[in-house]
Design a binder for this molecule. Structure first.
Ligand SMILES: Cc1cc2nc3c(=O)[nH]c(=O)nc-3n(C[C@H](O)[C@H](O)[C@H](O)COP(=O)(O)OP(=O)(O)OC[C@H]3O[C@@H](n4cnc5c(N)ncnc54)[C@H](O)[C@@H]3O)c2cc1C
Length: 404
């Protein structure tokens, strides 16, 4: 027997679950909404361990959900921060080509950015690059003026406050442990008892595939955890970087390559790399979870991905254990940077969906199943896009989830 009755239950108190919840409570103020988060506060995982960048949308394939929701989401995020007093700054960034074979890829980024509707993109040479970032060098750079920075943990706290103000309920320290689908009702078993609702949205991040299975669905993908490790620039050397300096990304991978990011607090960090983690919430090298590891190794797509990407994976692994190798990657962008300028910083773990054929899912993926919706792939730029993701999900699923 369920303890409570809600119209909709959302599992996961990260920026995506909260973004969806905020949109639902705004659009349908009479609905009874419950959000469950297993940790003692919101944004304890990806949403509180990221680079804090409000991405512009320059990287993503025109027409993809990532492209559309990043561009509209970035504008909405800046407006949200402005309206609610969350610290942010539209500081712009430079993407720097340091090798001749990166020049056509940089040009392709400019084309993509323009196709995605970005304004103000411009190519510059080394002299102008030095005027913007005096310590950066490269053959050519793309200036992306609409990129910004914020603190997504603060954004999430504000989302949660607004959801509560709109009449929704956010319960922390409550882990969903089972899902029963009954006629006309979904019962979510949890560490604090059972809750029932007419519909459910799975925004479980690193565990979204397992939650999908808990609900009796086959997610068709496995979430692979990729740890991103950072170094911090020591305060005396933070002046080496004015805002954000990025390399030209390798188009084979969904990650952007180690870069320099100025945080909204004024500190500068370098990273993140992308190393296969041995636990879904494995923030340190020593974190190993046997169940997570066994499920990865048992998934056929994992071995196909490993075969395809072993060289890159091996390089990332070496760089994760070797500060000199990490610094060498950074020196391509800022040659003056030295090992003594950097101290170990934090880490985040990305939830990346992997298909059985070994391909990483590129776009955002939302999978409906009756009165349940699974948000299965929302890697970067999903923090930027969170308000737009909320709107897109409500627009497409309000009827099937009986929200409207
Ligand atoms: C290193 C790194 C850098 C990044 N940089 C950027 C950036 O600069 N800009 C950007 O836009 N994006 C960035 N991203 C991506 C962005 O952070 C993520 O796309 C976004 O945070 C995903 O949000 P989420 O709500 O899906 O996941 P999460 O924040 O992980 O939230 C999922 C939540 O579900 C909870 N949960 C899981 N299982 C259960 C359960 N059974 N019961 C209850 N709760 C449960 C978890 O505790 C967690 O809080 C970065 C990510 C990483 C890791």
């Amino acid at each position: 027997m369920a303890d409570s009755q809600y119209n909709v239950i959302i599992i996961g108190g990260g920026v995506v679950g909260l973004g969806v919840a905020l949109e639902i409570t705004r659009r349908f103020p009479k609905l009874r909404l419950l959000l469950l988060e297993k940790e003692d506060r919101v944004a304890r995982h990806q949403s509180g361990h990221n680079s804090g960048v409000i991405h512009s949308g320059v990287y993503y394939k025109p027409g993809s959900m990532k492209a559309r929701l990043c561009v509209s989401g970035a504008a909405a995020m800046v407006e949200f921060c402005r309206e609610h007093g969350v610290a942010h700054e539209v500081c712009g960034k430079v993407i720097v080509a340091t090798l001749p074979d990166e020049l056509p890829r940089l040009e392709e980024l400019r084309r993509r950015g323009e196709a995605n509707g970005l304004v103000g993109l411009r190519m510059i040479g080394p002299d102008e690059l030095r005027e913007i970032e005096p310590h950066a060098t490269g053959l050519q750079a793309l200036v992306v003026p609409s990129t910004g920075i914020t603190d997504y943990a603060r954004v999430c706290e504000k989302y949660a406050e607004l959801i509560a103000g709109n009449g929704g309920t956010v319960l922390t320290s409550v882990a969903a442990t089972g899902i029963r689908r009954m006629p006309g009702e979904i019962v979510v078993e949890s560490s604090k008892g059972a809750f029932s609702a007419g519909a459910m949205i799975n925004c479980g991040g690193l565990f979204s595939d397992r939650i999908s299975r808990m609900a009796g669905d086959d997610p068709g993908v496995m979430i692979v955890p990729f740890r991103g490790e950072y170094y911090d620039l020591i305060p005396e050397r933070a002046t080496l970087v004015r805002s954000l300096i990025y390399p030209v990304p390798d188009p084979q991978f969904p990650f952007l390559g180690v870069h320099f990011t100025r945080r909204i607090t004024g500190t500068v960090d370098a990273g993140p790399n992308a190393v296969l983690a041995l636990a879904r919430e494995g923030y340190r090298h020593s974190d190993i979870n046997v169940r997570d590891l066994a499920s990865s190794l048992a998934f056929p797509g994992f071995w196909r991905m490993a075969r395809r990407n072993w060289r890159n994976g091996f390089d990332e692994f070496r760089r994760s254990f070797s500060k000199p190798l990490f610094v060498r990657a950074l020196q391509r962008l800022v040659p003056e940077i030295g090992e003594s300028d950097l101290v170990p910083g934090g880490a985040g773990v990305r939830a990346q969906a992997l298909k059985a054929d070994g391909a990483l899912v590129d776009d955002f993926q939302f999978v409906p199943s009756g009165k349940v919706l699974h948000v299965l792939n929302v890697p970067s730029p999903a923090a930027t896009a969170s308000l737009a993701i909320g709107k897109a999900i409500v627009a497409t699923a309000a009827a099937s989830l009986s929200l409207a």
